[in-house]
Design a protein around this ligand. Structure first.
Ligand code: FE2
Ligand code: FE2
Length: 247
C-alpha cells in the first residue's frame, strides 16, 4: 500500500485581511502533504472576490488541491462562480466530480452536505412539506456521495463534507445547535461502501475525532479547533479493518 500524507483544513473564512496568513499556510501544507483537502467555508461571506483572494493565497501548488464548499460559500448565491474560480486555479471541486490520484492510491469524493441531527434523534421526512424539503436536501447530498463511492476504485477512499456526518465531532458545541451542524444521514453511504476516512468542518467548537456506526474514522478539520493550523493524516495510520467504535 502506498502511504500518502493528506493535508486537510476547513472553515478558512477568507476575508479582506487573510492573504498573508493563508499564503504561508498553503506553502507549508504543500511542502508537507501529498494532497490538500479543503472541507468548505472557504470564504467569509460567499463573495467571488474572497474566492479569488483564496486562490491567490494557494499560489502555484505542487500537490493536488480538492475542495467542497460550505454554507458560507452559498451565502451570496455565488456558489457556481466560486466553483469556477477554484477550477480555473486548478482546484478539483468535488461537487462537480471525484478526484483520484494518478496512481489510484487515494480517491476523494464529497459534497457540502447539510444538517438535520443525528440518530436516534434525527429529523424524519414526515409531516409538513417544508420539513420534508429541508431533510430531503440532506438525503440528496448523501446520495451524491453514495453514487461516487459506489463506482470509486482507489486504494484509500476519503469522503469530504462540510457538515458533520456524526455527533462525536460536534461534542463541545452548545447542544441546541448540534442538529444544525450535520446529520447521520451523511454517514450512511460511508458505511455502506466502507470509505476509509471522512473529513469535515463546520463545527468550530467541536472535537477532532469520531467514527461512524461501522467504525469508519471521522475527523473534524475546522481550523478553529486546531490552533488555526491544517491537519496531516497519514493513510497508513488508518487500517482498513480497524474499528474506532471500540476506541
Ligand atoms: Fe465555518
Ligand atoms: Fe459552516
Amino acid at each position: 500500500m502506498i502511504l500518502i500524507k493528506i493535508g486537510a483544513m476547513a472553515d478558512l473564512h477568507f476575508g479582506p485581511d487573510s492573504l498573508k496568513t493563508y499564503s504561508s499556510l498553503f506553502k507549508s501544507a504543500g511542502a508537507e502533504a501529498d494532497i490538500i483537502i479543503l472541507c468548505g467555508d472557504l470564504t467569509m461571506r460567499g463573495l467571488v472576490e474572497e474566492a479569488r483572494g483564496l486562490v491567490e493565497a494557494m499560489g502555484i501548488a505542487d500537490v493536488p488541491i480538492v475542495s467542497v464548499l460550505g454554507n458560507h460559500d452559498h451565502e451570496a448565491n455565488n456558489q457556481e462562480e466560486i466553483m469556477d474560480v477554484l477550477e480555473d486555479a486548478g482546484v478539483k471541486v468535488l461537487e462537480r466530480g471525484s478526484f483520484i490520484m494518478p496512481d489510484r492510491s487515494v480517491g476523494v469524493c464529497g459534497t457540502k452536505g447539510f444538517c438535520g441531527g443525528f440518530a436516534p434523534a434525527r429529523i424524519a421526512p414526515f409531516g409538513e412539506r417544508i420539513l420534508k424539503m429541508f431533510i430531503n436536501e440532506t438525503y440528496k447530498e448523501a446520495n451524491k456521495v453514495n453514487r461516487s463511492l459506489k463506482s470509486m476504485k482507489a486504494g484509500f477512499k476519503v469522503v469530504a463534507y462540510h457538515y458533520a456526518p456524526v455527533r462525536d465531532t460536534c461534542i463541545g458545541e452548545r447542544c441546541e445547535i448540534i442538529p444544525f451542524l450535520g446529520s447521520s444521514i451523511l454517514s450512511d453511504p460511508v458505511d455502506t461502501f466502507r470509505a476509509d476516512l471522512v473529513l469535515h468542518g463546520h463545527s468550530h467548537n467541536g472535537s477532532e475525532k469520531g467514527s461512524t456506526l461501522k467504525g469508519v474514522p471521522v475527523r473534524n478539520v475546522a481550523l478553529h479547533i486546531h490552533d488555526r493550523h491544517y491537519c496531516i493524516y497519514d493513510t497508513g495510520s488508518f487500517s482498513p479493518s480497524a474499528s474506532e467504535a471500540s476506541k
